[in-house]
Design a protein around this ligand. Structure first.
Ligand code: GLN
Length: 319
């Protein structure tokens, strides 16, 4: 069936009305001072469509730390590379990575250690911290510089050649990164790290510290909405990888709240503790929302409200 046309400008205006009571709600991440200082009253929204239109509202051009949303782009690069290396279809092609990390929601907080010990150093999925550290480690082994690979992909897809990490945030993340170090060394003990642990962690921290705006994030999200076709028209990954990537976003992209997001929003999403949320409507558009106040699971409260309103108003939920 041909999809109904959507008046995105009208949808964005209505989402802004719906989200207004939630702006400022939640608690900003305070594990590092740079995040704790962010003004919680901000909110931005951007919708980028596959035919090139962009609709923005609020603080859509204010940079924030990408944090865990970087995990999506690192995974996209590994899926593309693994398949390329083997020259075979995904499944077998991405076998290198999928031997090291599973694809099941964890039901535990994103930085939890508990399942990692029980499950012998194999993380539940690529979007919780241990899984993402494995992905970055794999990308580092494949490219020699995981951070640069993520940064260059984001520069190309956002169209912003100056996109970079905030080095003060990166330093703080390193200083306060004992739990991530614990996760990585535990995996190393089980033989599930390829690079030097400290080096892989450094690249993971740097990719998390990249500063990005809602409009840039929406534009970069088109890579997934276009099922692997890059901004320059070339292909990064195929339809099968796109299907699988969005499946992992849907089931694991919002940590131990993924069920709630499927229920409320029904779109593949990835969140970060900087307050950003990226959702994708395959074949149609990418939606980025940003509000620094987080709920108890580490997902943006206003961002979640915005995506829920977007799904309700646009009728674009997958369910
Ligand atoms: N840098 C954060 C961490 O590693 C990212 C976590 C997140 O956004 N959920 O803990």
């Amino acid at each position: 069936r041909t999809p109904e046309p959507v008046d995105y400008a009208a949808v964005v205006a209505k989402v802004m009305d719906a989200v207004a009571p939630h702006v400022g709600a939640g608690k900003v991440a305070d594990y590092i001072p740079e995040l704790a200082r962010v003004d919680p009253g901000q909110f931005g929204l951007a919708v980028a469509t596959v035919d090139g239109a962009m609709h923005t509202a609020g603080d859509a051009d204010t940079p924030f730390a990408i944090e865990s949303i970087s995990k999506l782009f690192a995974l996209a690069l590994v899926l593309a590379r693994d398949a390329e290396c083997d020259g075979t279809a995904v499944g077998s092609g991405a076998g290198g990575l999928w031997r090291r990390v599973r694809r099941e929601p964890s039901g535990e907080p994103f930085n939890s250690l508990i399942l990692l010990e029980i499950e012998k150093g194999i993380p539940r999925n690529p979007f919780i911290n241990p899984g993402a550290i494995v992905v970055t480690d794999q990308l580092h082994a494949l490219t020699g510089n995981a951070y640069a690979a993520v940064r260059e992909l984001l520069r190309a897809e956002t169209g912003n050649p100056h996109l970079h990490m905030d080095s003060v945030i990166a330093e703080s993340e390193a200083k306060c990164g004992n739990r991530n170090r614990a996760l990585a060394y535990l995996m190393a003990d089980f033989g599930n790290m390829r690079s030097q642990v400290a080096e892989a962690l450094d690249h993971y921290i740097r990719q998390c510290s990249i500063m990005i705006t809602c409009s840039e994030l929406a534009r970069a999200g088109l890579l997934v909405a276009r099922r692997g076709v890059r901004a320059d028209g070339t292909r990064l990954f195929g339809d099968a990888e796109a299907r699988r990537l969005t499946a992992v976003m849907m089931t694991c992209g919002t940590y131990d709240e993924a069920g709630e997001f499927a229920y409320r929003v029904g779109l593949p999403c990835k969140s970060g503790v900087g307050g950003g949320m990226l959702a994708v409507v395959p074949g149609r558009c990418a939606v980025a929302a940003w509000g620094p106040g987080l709920g108890p699971k580490g997902n943006s409260v206003s961002g979640a409200a915005a995506l829920e309103a977007f799904a309700d108003i646009s009728g674009l939920s997958l369910f």
